[in-house]
Design a protein around this ligand. Structure first.
Ligand code: UDX
Length: 443
């Protein structure tokens, strides 16, 4: 580590908090900054304000070294740092599919205006292609006289639930828009992972921006592909889980991201494919936009499919029926409920007059904050008690290892819909359950 290279990280969400802690773990002095004083206070006290396995331990360790600090003072961080990572959010606009770039622009301008020494601004946030070039112009007009600053793009591919490992051991490092000076600095910053063999792709700004959104679009397309095929399986009496395993043996296809079910949610995939759809249309790349439109529609259709299946299981109406929803997080190993398919289905059934009880091992509090009108149980068993139908909507390990025989005794009528393709129909049917699954055979 070059003596005294200081790293400022703007934004302390899943991306920024993990990045700040990981950079400290790599040996740098790091300041994590956020305008949200509560988040900053929590992190400074060693508390991660969201559930992310492994992060609390690493945060505590790095705070103890004294290398890692947190602040709400963006201007101070701009004066202090040599490398400035922009890790703020780019949520979907309320009124369109476009990404809201307000936070990225605000953070970048504040950094540029307050620099007191030469530096590098490194964009990590997921942005529509063309954003970085505009930010460069913005920076050029704001940077104080005599200070040399360059902007480059270094997208991040971390997954929630595996954020620390993905950050410290990435599949690849993409550097867009570097020059000799900034590439050398970035190679120093990532010397650890590079030494372990992580490939480095050096390219221009638009390619770097697009690598990120294309990766997410590809993953989303893979999921919607298998979900479309699940529909064919259901109609033809085939089983999509067996089919996916068979497809996955072809190394060109691969088994990952071929789990058919309720589809993708979360803070990234849905908004990123919509933003890419929007941007592709703006650029006149209509075919890409049309493809992504289908990916989005298939995905949202899976939620409808589960709602219809639930109505069907209960004889056509859910009015006043008791429904148990297992899972609230958008996927296991997180308490994130942003665009959660599970909660979307739970809320839709509640609106149709059902009495919905939700249980999630980690996301109960975040779910309650977003959907206060639903009921919440403190265990799977409690949620199942007296229920007319059980919906398994997020495949937490504790749900895939439930004992169907024991649960059959507490459910009013043992009916289950496995919307994640993780339960064994034969086992549940043998224990007396009426079993339905997406893309699974009826009997
Ligand atoms: C994703 C990308 O994986 C990551 O590289 C990027 O940086 C951010 O977006 P994340 O949102 O954490 O990460 O979730 P991911 O693990 O990709 O899952 C996304 C969604 O797809 C979840 O709702 C999950 O349940 C669903 N999914 C995943 C499926 O429905 N089927 C699958 O086979 C895989």
């Amino acid at each position: 580590v070059p003596a005294g290279l200081k790293i400022s990280v703007y934004g302390t969400g899943y991306l920024g908090a993990t990045h700040a802690v990981s950079m400290a773990e790599l040996g740098f002095e790091v300041m994590g900054v956020d305008t949200d004083a509560n988040k900053v206070a929590a992190l400074a006290a060693g508390k991660v304000p969201f559930f992310e396995p492994g992060l609390p331990e690493l945060l505590e360790k790095q705070l103890a070294t004294g290398r890692l600090t947190f602040s709400t003072d963006l201007e101070e961080a701009a004066r202090w740092g040599d490398v400035h990572f922009i890790c703020v959010g780019t949520p979907q606009m309320k009124t369109s599919h476009a990404a809201n770039l307000g936070y990225v622009e605000a953070a970048t301008s504040t950094v540029a205006k307050n620099l007191t020494k030469n530096g590098v601004i490194v964009g990590k946030s997921t942005v529509p292609v063309g954003t970085a070039a505009r930010l460069r112009e913005l920076i050029a007009g704001l940077t104080p006289e005599g200070v040399e600053v360059d902007l480059l793009w270094n997208p991040e591919f971390l997954r929630e639930g595996k954020a620390v490992d993905d950050t410290l051991h990435p599949d690849r490092i993409v550097l867009g828009g570097t020059n000799a000076r900034t590439e050398a600095i970035m190679r120093e910053v990532y010397a650890g992972p590079i030494a372990e063999g992580t490939p480095v792709v050096v390219t221009d700004l638009p390619t770097a921006e697009l690598v990120k959104v294309s990766a997410n679009a590809f993953l989303a397309t893979k999921i919607s592909f298998i979900n479309a095929i699940a529909g064919v399986c259901e109609a033809a009496g085939a089983d999509v889980t067996v089919l996916a395993d068979a497809l996955g043996h072809d190394v060109r296809i691969g088994r990952q991201f071929l789990d058919a079910g309720l589809g993708f949610g979360g803070g990234c995939l849905p908004k990123d494919i919509r933003a890419l759809m929007h941007r592709s249309n703006e650029l006149g790349a209509y075919r890409a936009a049309a493809l992504l439109q289908q990916v989005d529609e298939i995905n949202m259709g899976q939620r409808e499919r589960v709602i219809d299946m639930t109505m069907e299981a209960l004889g056509g109406s859910v009015l006043n029926r008791r429904i148990c929803v297992l899972g609230a997080a958008f996927k296991p190993l997180t308490d994130d409920v942003r665009d959660s398919p599970a909660l979307n289905v739970a809320a839709a059934l509640h609106l149709r007059g059902a009495q919905v009880t939700v249980f999630d091992p980690e996301a109960g509090d975040t779910a309650r904050a977003s959907f206060p009108t639903l009921s919440y149980a403190t265990s799977a068993e409690e949620a199942v008690e007296g229920t007319d139908v059980v919906l398994m909507l997020t495949e937490w390990k504790q749900f895939t290892s439930l004992d169907p025989a024991a649960l059959a005794k507490v459910a009013t009528s043992p009916r289950i819909i496995d919307a994640r393709g993780k339960l064994d129909p034969a086992e549940w049917r043998a224990a007396g359950w009426e079993f339905r699954g997406l893309g699974r055979t009826a009997a």
